[in-house]
Design a protein around this ligand. Structure first.
Ligand SMILES: *[C@@H]1O[C@H](CO)[C@@H](O)[C@H](O)[C@H]1NC(C)=O
Ligand SMILES: *[C@@H]1O[C@H](CO)[C@@H](O)[C@H](O)[C@H]1NC(C)=O
Length: 183
Protein backbone atom coordinates (compact mmCIF):
# COMPACT_ATOMS: atom_id res chain seq x y z
CA UNK A 1 0.00 0.00 0.00
CA UNK A 2 2.78 2.36 0.99
CA UNK A 3 4.70 1.82 -2.21
CA UNK A 4 1.58 2.45 -4.26
CA UNK A 5 1.09 5.83 -2.61
CA UNK A 6 4.61 6.76 -3.60
CA UNK A 7 3.96 5.65 -7.13
CA UNK A 8 1.08 8.07 -7.34
CA UNK A 9 2.70 10.88 -5.40
CA UNK A 10 5.68 11.36 -7.67
CA UNK A 11 3.81 11.70 -10.98
CA UNK A 12 1.19 13.79 -9.23
CA UNK A 13 3.70 16.29 -7.90
CA UNK A 14 5.35 16.35 -11.29
CA UNK A 15 1.97 17.07 -12.84
CA UNK A 16 1.27 19.88 -10.38
CA UNK A 17 4.68 21.41 -10.95
CA UNK A 18 4.41 21.31 -14.70
CA UNK A 19 0.89 22.68 -14.82
CA UNK A 20 2.01 25.52 -12.56
CA UNK A 21 4.85 26.12 -14.97
CA UNK A 22 2.47 26.11 -17.92
CA UNK A 23 0.06 28.41 -16.14
CA UNK A 24 2.87 30.84 -15.37
CA UNK A 25 3.98 30.68 -18.95
CA UNK A 26 0.54 31.32 -20.41
CA UNK A 27 1.10 35.09 -20.48
CA UNK A 28 4.86 35.57 -20.29
CA UNK A 29 5.81 39.03 -19.23
CA UNK A 30 7.63 40.76 -22.02
CA UNK A 31 10.74 42.50 -20.66
CA UNK A 32 10.59 45.38 -23.14
CA UNK A 33 6.89 46.03 -22.47
CA UNK A 34 7.59 46.06 -18.72
CA UNK A 35 10.57 48.41 -19.13
CA UNK A 36 8.71 50.82 -21.38
CA UNK A 37 5.62 50.88 -19.15
CA UNK A 38 7.80 51.86 -16.17
CA UNK A 39 8.66 55.06 -18.05
CA UNK A 40 5.18 56.30 -18.97
CA UNK A 41 2.80 58.21 -16.68
CA UNK A 42 0.00 55.61 -16.86
CA UNK A 43 2.16 52.68 -15.72
CA UNK A 44 -0.58 50.31 -14.57
CA UNK A 45 -2.87 50.88 -17.54
CA UNK A 46 0.15 50.49 -19.84
CA UNK A 47 1.07 47.12 -18.32
CA UNK A 48 -2.47 45.77 -18.21
CA UNK A 49 -3.57 46.92 -21.65
CA UNK A 50 -0.37 46.09 -23.55
CA UNK A 51 0.21 42.73 -21.84
CA UNK A 52 -3.34 41.70 -22.72
CA UNK A 53 -2.44 42.05 -26.40
CA UNK A 54 -1.05 38.93 -28.02
CA UNK A 55 1.48 41.05 -29.91
CA UNK A 56 2.70 42.43 -26.56
CA UNK A 57 4.29 39.08 -25.82
CA UNK A 58 6.79 39.23 -28.64
CA UNK A 59 7.50 42.94 -28.92
CA UNK A 60 11.23 43.26 -29.60
CA UNK A 61 11.85 46.99 -29.43
CA UNK A 62 10.31 50.22 -28.24
CA UNK A 63 8.78 51.00 -31.65
CA UNK A 64 6.96 47.66 -31.52
CA UNK A 65 5.59 48.58 -28.09
CA UNK A 66 4.53 51.97 -29.43
CA UNK A 67 2.73 50.33 -32.35
CA UNK A 68 0.77 48.12 -29.96
CA UNK A 69 -0.08 51.14 -27.78
CA UNK A 70 -1.49 52.98 -30.81
CA UNK A 71 -3.51 49.92 -31.82
CA UNK A 72 -4.91 49.56 -28.30
CA UNK A 73 -5.93 53.25 -28.25
CA UNK A 74 -7.39 52.96 -31.74
CA UNK A 75 -9.50 49.90 -30.89
CA UNK A 76 -10.72 51.60 -27.73
CA UNK A 77 -11.59 54.78 -29.63
CA UNK A 78 -13.49 52.82 -32.32
CA UNK A 79 -15.55 51.10 -29.64
CA UNK A 80 -16.31 54.49 -28.05
CA UNK A 81 -17.34 55.92 -31.45
CA UNK A 82 -19.77 53.04 -31.85
CA UNK A 83 -21.07 53.67 -28.32
CA UNK A 84 -21.65 57.37 -29.13
CA UNK A 85 -23.41 56.61 -32.41
CA UNK A 86 -25.58 53.92 -30.81
CA UNK A 87 -26.53 56.32 -28.02
CA UNK A 88 -27.51 58.95 -30.58
CA UNK A 89 -29.86 56.48 -32.27
CA UNK A 90 -32.00 56.75 -29.13
CA UNK A 91 -31.50 60.48 -28.83
CA UNK A 92 -35.01 61.22 -27.44
CA UNK A 93 -33.76 59.86 -24.11
CA UNK A 94 -30.98 62.45 -23.94
CA UNK A 95 -31.53 65.98 -22.77
CA UNK A 96 -30.80 68.63 -25.46
CA UNK A 97 -27.40 69.62 -24.05
CA UNK A 98 -26.32 66.01 -23.55
CA UNK A 99 -27.40 65.30 -27.11
CA UNK A 100 -25.35 68.25 -28.37
CA UNK A 101 -22.35 66.99 -26.37
CA UNK A 102 -22.66 63.52 -27.90
CA UNK A 103 -22.78 65.11 -31.37
CA UNK A 104 -19.65 67.13 -30.62
CA UNK A 105 -17.90 64.14 -29.03
CA UNK A 106 -18.71 62.06 -32.13
CA UNK A 107 -16.74 64.63 -34.15
CA UNK A 108 -13.89 64.67 -31.62
CA UNK A 109 -13.65 60.89 -31.81
CA UNK A 110 -13.82 60.86 -35.63
CA UNK A 111 -10.89 63.29 -35.63
CA UNK A 112 -9.01 61.26 -33.04
CA UNK A 113 -9.45 58.06 -35.08
CA UNK A 114 -8.01 59.83 -38.13
CA UNK A 115 -5.06 61.00 -36.03
CA UNK A 116 -4.47 57.46 -34.77
CA UNK A 117 -4.52 56.16 -38.36
CA UNK A 118 -1.86 58.75 -39.23
CA UNK A 119 0.02 57.78 -36.07
CA UNK A 120 0.20 54.17 -37.25
CA UNK A 121 1.87 55.28 -40.47
CA UNK A 122 4.26 57.58 -38.61
CA UNK A 123 5.44 54.89 -36.20
CA UNK A 124 5.87 52.46 -39.07
CA UNK A 125 8.24 54.94 -40.69
CA UNK A 126 9.82 55.68 -37.27
CA UNK A 127 8.87 59.37 -37.46
CA UNK A 128 8.58 59.80 -33.69
CA UNK A 129 8.61 63.59 -33.75
CA UNK A 130 5.46 63.88 -35.88
CA UNK A 131 4.01 60.94 -33.99
CA UNK A 132 4.16 63.05 -30.82
CA UNK A 133 2.28 65.87 -32.57
CA UNK A 134 -0.37 63.45 -33.82
CA UNK A 135 -0.85 61.80 -30.43
CA UNK A 136 -0.98 65.23 -28.80
CA UNK A 137 -3.84 66.12 -31.15
CA UNK A 138 -5.70 62.89 -30.28
CA UNK A 139 -5.27 63.71 -26.55
CA UNK A 140 -6.67 67.22 -27.19
CA UNK A 141 -9.71 65.71 -28.92
CA UNK A 142 -10.36 63.38 -25.99
CA UNK A 143 -9.97 66.35 -23.60
CA UNK A 144 -12.36 68.50 -25.65
CA UNK A 145 -15.04 65.80 -25.40
CA UNK A 146 -14.43 65.22 -21.67
CA UNK A 147 -14.58 68.95 -20.92
CA UNK A 148 -17.97 69.28 -22.65
CA UNK A 149 -19.34 66.32 -20.72
CA UNK A 150 -18.03 67.72 -17.47
CA UNK A 151 -20.06 70.91 -17.76
CA UNK A 152 -23.17 71.27 -15.68
CA UNK A 153 -26.27 70.56 -17.74
CA UNK A 154 -24.58 68.33 -20.28
CA UNK A 155 -23.03 65.72 -17.98
CA UNK A 156 -22.82 62.12 -19.05
CA UNK A 157 -20.61 60.19 -16.67
CA UNK A 158 -20.35 57.03 -18.77
CA UNK A 159 -18.96 58.76 -21.85
CA UNK A 160 -16.88 61.06 -19.66
CA UNK A 161 -15.17 58.04 -18.08
CA UNK A 162 -14.68 56.33 -21.44
CA UNK A 163 -13.16 59.49 -22.92
CA UNK A 164 -10.78 59.75 -19.97
CA UNK A 165 -9.54 56.16 -20.36
CA UNK A 166 -9.13 56.74 -24.09
CA UNK A 167 -7.11 59.86 -23.27
CA UNK A 168 -4.87 57.80 -20.97
CA UNK A 169 -4.36 55.15 -23.67
CA UNK A 170 -3.37 57.93 -26.10
CA UNK A 171 -1.02 59.41 -23.51
CA UNK A 172 0.81 56.06 -23.30
CA UNK A 173 1.58 56.18 -27.04
CA UNK A 174 2.52 59.87 -26.67
CA UNK A 175 4.91 59.12 -23.79
CA UNK A 176 6.51 56.28 -25.76
CA UNK A 177 7.11 58.62 -28.71
CA UNK A 178 8.54 61.14 -26.25
CA UNK A 179 10.99 58.56 -24.85
CA UNK A 180 12.36 57.97 -28.35
CA UNK A 181 12.22 61.62 -29.51
CA UNK A 182 12.41 63.80 -26.38
CA UNK A 183 12.92 67.10 -28.24
C1 LIG B 1 -11.25 50.86 -23.32
O1 LIG B 1 -10.16 50.34 -22.59
C2 LIG B 1 -10.40 50.18 -21.20
C3 LIG B 1 -9.08 49.82 -20.53
O2 LIG B 1 -8.47 48.71 -21.12
C4 LIG B 1 -11.50 49.16 -21.01
O3 LIG B 1 -11.77 49.00 -19.64
C5 LIG B 1 -12.74 49.65 -21.73
O4 LIG B 1 -13.75 48.67 -21.64
C6 LIG B 1 -12.45 49.96 -23.17
N1 LIG B 1 -13.62 50.62 -23.72
C7 LIG B 1 -14.24 50.17 -24.78
C8 LIG B 1 -15.45 50.94 -25.19
O5 LIG B 1 -13.87 49.20 -25.41
C1 LIG C 1 -14.64 68.48 -14.16
O1 LIG C 1 -15.27 69.59 -13.52
C2 LIG C 1 -14.86 69.81 -12.18
C3 LIG C 1 -15.65 70.99 -11.65
O2 LIG C 1 -16.98 70.89 -12.00
C4 LIG C 1 -13.36 70.09 -12.15
O3 LIG C 1 -12.93 70.23 -10.83
C5 LIG C 1 -12.60 68.94 -12.82
O4 LIG C 1 -11.24 69.26 -12.90
C6 LIG C 1 -13.15 68.70 -14.21
N1 LIG C 1 -12.46 67.56 -14.78
C7 LIG C 1 -12.09 67.51 -16.05
C8 LIG C 1 -11.37 66.26 -16.47
O5 LIG C 1 -12.30 68.38 -16.85
Amino acid sequence: MKSMKNNVALPLSFFICSSFFLLNNAAPENKIVTEVCQKVREKNLCLSSLSAEHAGQDAKDIAAVGLIAINVASNNGSAISVFIKNTLVDREHLGPSVEQNFEDCAENFDDAMQELDDALELITSKDFKNLKTEMGAAIDDADACAMLLNQSGGKDLELFNKANIFRQLCSIAYDIANIVAPN
